[in-house]
Design a protein around this ligand. Structure first.
Ligand code: ATP
Ligand code: MG
Length: 459
């Protein structure tokens, strides 16, 4: 894909960084001049350019960095533009009226242009001086809890996660600067960690999720050594604050490459640390769980491709459905009604899942609406369908039913009925409900004639 479209004329590879990619102070970077790479200002957002130029005019160093540079070199459209500078956050704020300083862990400047936000970060350094007020704190397990040591361009490069994310586009002369060997890895389609993967994952376990996200999105290879480190360090996911994981999981599944991401998450044993209850069902070879989640990811990717909206609550409803279904069956066996069982199961699974990933209040109710909606869609008695069709989550619940139907979890007759129902006008819908009543009536009479104990269970 993108890889083939990327090019640069390599005349400076004699400046290769050390093979082990460990920070080597004073290693000269590879610098690709403007006429030897494919980054054109026409493809950079005008707001990012504005910020870069203003910083430059004020005498600061200003570089585009991260996904912006990586994706432009690959001939892709960057999702956002990040800027690195030697200006301190307060100095950035003085230059831009529309600037807000955010973040505790990383102090960043956000420059707002309507809906577009350009993120400006001051160069970071290696945490070295134990006594310095600015020193990064590790929490005893090597995890960085504060990371505000300022540095220069070189130290900033070595602090980044992957070599392909540590490329800089210099607004001063439009060259591309590479300290870590990212250009070569970009050309070869390899995702390589900067430094020792185990150490970098201990500092920030979310880097494991980022590895999977970039490998899926860029179709890059995860080298064996990196893959092994992810498997070994995966349990560290448990030390990531659940609120951060909510955002990261959405990024994973809303990247447009959810299907591949899911495969990689499972291959590198990360999925079970994000969704342990669901993983248990997958490991038990539940016949519907994996096909349904996979199909949901295929649909999600297709929707993103078609620029159609994807809602976080639908994703979570799917990802947690297998354990909810199982818990509901258990409550049912304990004698609860179908709807009660579903309520208990939903509360139980959401509560247990929240130990791992925060599920914000705003999406909890929509998730439950989808789950309870399954019962409503499968129990079409009387005027219920007419009422439920007006529910704000009806369409989501119906899409969910289709998924279950696709994998054979529910009778296709119910899906067909609802599909037809939606194509009808009010009169037609009422007619369909009446027909159901009529179809049911004789069956009920027949049932009554059966000897006691053999009748079908009714709700
Ligand atoms: P995209 O925006 O396409 O998802 P990106 O690479 O730009 O990908 P961002 O989350 O926007 O990712 O981060 C911008 C850059 O900041 C990254 O490219 C990387 O250099 C650096 N970075 C982000 N998160 C981390 C992290 N957890 N550890 C180290 N470096 C990071
Ligand atoms: Mg980015």
């Amino acid at each position: 894909m993108g890889r083939a479209r990327w090019y640069y004329t390599d005349s400076t590879s004699r400046n290769k960084p050390p093979a082990d990619r460990t920070p080597a102070i004073d290693t000269p970077p590879i610098i690709i001049p403007r006429d030897q790479h494919n980054i054109s200002r026409a493809n950079i957002s005008e707001h990012a350019l504005k910020v870069l130029y203003r910083l430059h005019k004020a005498g600061y160093a200003a570089y585009l960095v991260g996904g912006g540079v990586r994706d432009l070199l690959l001939g892709r459209h960057p999702k956002d533009f990040d800027i690195a500078t030697d200006a301190r956050p307060e100095e950035v704020r003085r230059l831009f009226r529309n600037c807000r300083l955010i973040g505790r862990r990383f102090r960043l400047a956000h420059i707002h242009f309507g809906r577009e936000i350009i993120e400006v970060a001051t160069f970071r350094g290696q945490p070295q001086d134990e006594d310095s007020e600015e020193v990064a704190n590790a929490n005893g397990e090597g995890m960085l809890v504060r990371d505000n040591v300022y540095g220069d361009l070189e130290s900033d490069a070595w602090r980044r996660d992957f070599t392909v994310n540590a490329l800089y586009y210099n607004i001063a002369d439009f060259s591309v600067v590479d300290y870590t060997g990212g250009l070569e890895d970009l050309r070869e389609g390899v995702l390589r960690m900067i430094g020792e993967p185990a150490v970098r994952f201990a500092e920030d376990p979310v880097r494991m999720l980022r590895a999977v996200r970039f490998a899926a999105k860029l179709e890059f290879r995860i080298p064996a050594e990196l893959g092994e480190a992810i498997r070994a360090e995966a349990p560290r996911m448990g030390s990531v604050p659940p609120a951060r994981l909510f955002d990261e999981v959405l990024k994973l599944f809303l990247s447009g490459h959810a299907q591949r991401t899911l495969e990689l998450l499972r291959e590198y044993q990360l999925f079970g640390h994000l969704f342990p209850l669901t993983e248990e069902m997958l490991e038990d070879n539940d016949p519907f769980a994996l096909p349904m989640i996979r199909q949901a990811m295929v649909n999600t990717d297709a929707r993103i491709m078609a620029d159609r909206p994807v809602t976080p609550y639908f994703l979570y409803a799917v990802l947690l459905w297998p354990p909810v279904r199982e818990a509901a069956a258990r409550y049912r066996e304990e004698g609860h009604s179908a709807l009660q069982a579903m309520h208990h199961a939903a509360d139980e699974v959401l509560a247990r899942q929240r130990d791992h990933i925060t599920i914000p209040r705003r999406i909890q109710n929509p998730i439950k609406d989808i789950w309870f909606g399954q019962w409503r869609l499968e129990n079409r008695r009387g005027k219920r369908p007419l009422v439920f069709a007006e529910h704000p989550r009806f369409r989501a619940a119906y899409d969910f039913l289709l998924l279950r139907c696709d994998v054979g979890e529910v009778d296709p007759e119910a899906c067909q009925w609802w599909t037809e129902f939606q194509e009808k006008d009010d009169e037609g819908r009422r007619e369909m409900c009446n027909l159901l009543k009529r179809d049911r009536a004789p069956r009920k009479r027949r049932r009554r004639r059966k000897p006691r104990g053999q009748g079908a269970a009714t709700e």
